[in-house]
Design a binder for this molecule. Structure first.
Ligand code: EPZ
Length: 426
């Protein structure tokens, strides 16, 4: 397994290009199943999760042509054609690796009237059930059975629109239902819908494919089902979590980085927290500039919430930042029940953090020190890289495959801004 070595203490300066958003790209790729005409996606990031989704779709019979880099950004373009679907089962081996595989359920059920998807198990950050996805499909008339570790869904006469109110905000549930509703008979109203920008990006792509959706970006989505959707071309929006992670890299090293292609409007809660911590952020004609000129950081309190609140996917990175800020900070995690796995690792680097239930008290220390660390999820792993950039001495981050699921060429992007970082392949 690869490792990343970092020698910390260098203020990062330069430019980083932000890639297309992983969490937008995954549902967008699944949306290709809704039409027999090709869906062309631009600005796809080069990530392990994107390759896993491509494998899953190819297993179902989707033809995928990778056309290198076209469009206005550096991402890849893929043409996905779901003309001849030969299989409606998403097997355990793929779903086990990537929970977002469950996003093929809605499109398959809506277009073919049946789907069989391995039930995702729990994962490092929590139990993460998919009960709300399944209840929503049942409201649209699907019959759902759980057998031998698989979700077996059937709607022989097609799905019928309904009024679905999610009892809690679910990003994947909203996306799955939105895709299914696009081909259901009549109107579907989705109440308490997730407002994450990735959901809005999917809605915009579905509209380009001929879907009729009102309320994009709000918590009520109104969908008039269509008999069929057509092909379209869609550019994946920039990754707000990658943006936030590199903003923290600038802040934690007392550096100054321009984040090309980044969009401030996708990251207001995290931006506001950075500003409160003493970081300066300015919008530029083609991105965002983040600087922490005097390197003085102040503690801030944070609570993760659905969008537009502070994102759970930025919690670990802020924990690393606040570990070296002046004073105490309280971080409360409300989305996942077990998303503090980075805490013991940060403490091994000298951080002073105490967890009480869903909250962590972070008392800032003057200096972190390098150590061998490892993490069991994606955002925990990047938080250790960020801590390593600020720490004295060498940090070695093990289990880098977690990072490769969601950060494109992380060591190259950081090295281009002066970081002393390299990957040791094994
Ligand atoms: C998406 O996961 C993201 N993944 C996650 O990104 C992100 O952390 C999460 O949204 C929250 O913003 C993708 O977009 C591929 P949810 P998702 O359904 O859709 C509970 C990353 O690091 N819930 O909004 O799976 C669930 O257990 C990641 O890139 C149910 O109880 O998240 C959680 O506590 C990891 N039943 C909460 O809701 C359900 O049926 C929110 O989950 C569905 C969810």
């Amino acid at each position: 397994m690869d490792r990343i070595h970092i020698r910390g203490g260098i203020p990062l300066r330069g430019e980083i290009e932000i890639s297309g958003a992983k969490n937008a790209a995954l549902p967008l790729m699944a949306a290709a199943l809704l039409s027999e005409e090709p869906l062309i996606l631009e600005n796809l990031p080069r990530l392990a999760d994107i390759a896993s989704m491509a494998d899953l779709l190819e297993g179902l019979g989707v033809e995928i042509k990778l056309n290198g880099t076209t469009g206005t950004t550096g991402g890849r373009t893929a043409e996905l054609s779901a003309k001849d679907i030969t299989e409606t089962t998403a097997p355990y081996d793929v779903v086990r690796k990537m929970r977002a595989s469950v996003l093929v359920l809605g499109p398959l059920l809506a277009r073919y009237g049946k789907a069989r998807v391995s039930l995702p198990g729990g994962c490092a950050i929590g139990t993460r059930p998919v009960d709300l996805h399944l209840q929503a499909f049942e409201q649209l008339g699907a019959e759902i059975e759980l057998a031998e570790g698989y979700i077996e869904a059937r709607a022989p006469g097609g799905l019928v629109g309904a009024h679905v109110i999610f009892p809690m905000v679910t990003v994947g549930g909203t996306e799955n239902l939105l895709m299914a509703a696009a081909l259901a008979k009549g109107e579907t109203v989705i109440g308490n819908a997730a407002r994450e920008p990735e959901v809005a990006d999917l809605a915009r792509c579905l509209i380009a494919m001929g879907a009729e959706i009102e309320g994009v970006g709000t918590d009520t989505l109104r969908v008039q089902g269509r008999d069929a959707l057509h092909g379209a071309l869609h550019e994946v929006l920039p990754d707000r979590i990658e943006t936030g992670s590199y903003a923290v890299a600038a802040a934690i090293t007392g550096g100054d980085i321009h984040l090309r292609n980044a969009r401030l409007d996708l990251l207001e809660a995290a931006t506001e927290a950075l500003v409160r911590a003493g970081v300066s952020i300015e919008e530029t004609p083609n991105g965002i500039r983040v600087a922490s000129a005097n390197g003085q950081l102040k503690g801030v309190d944070l609570m993760t919430e659905p969008f537009p609140g502070f994102p759970t996917d930025m919690q670990a990175q802020f924990m690393a930042l606040l570990a070296v800020a002046d004073g105490a900070s309280m971080i409360t995690e409300t989305i996942f029940e077990n998303r503090f796995m980075h805490v013991p690792e940060l403490c091994r680097m000298g951080a002073d953090i105490n967890v009480h239930g869903s909250s962590a008290i972070v008392r800032g220390v003057k200096q972190l020190s390098g150590a061998q660390v490892m993490a069991t999820d994606l955002r925990a792993s990047i938080s250790l890289i960020l801590a390593g950039l600020a720490a004295e001495g060498e940090t070695i981050v093990n289990r880098v495959y977690h990072l490769d699921r969601g950060y494109e060429r992380v060591e190259e992007k950081l090295a281009a801004c002066g970081a002393d970082i390299f990957r040791q392949a094994e």
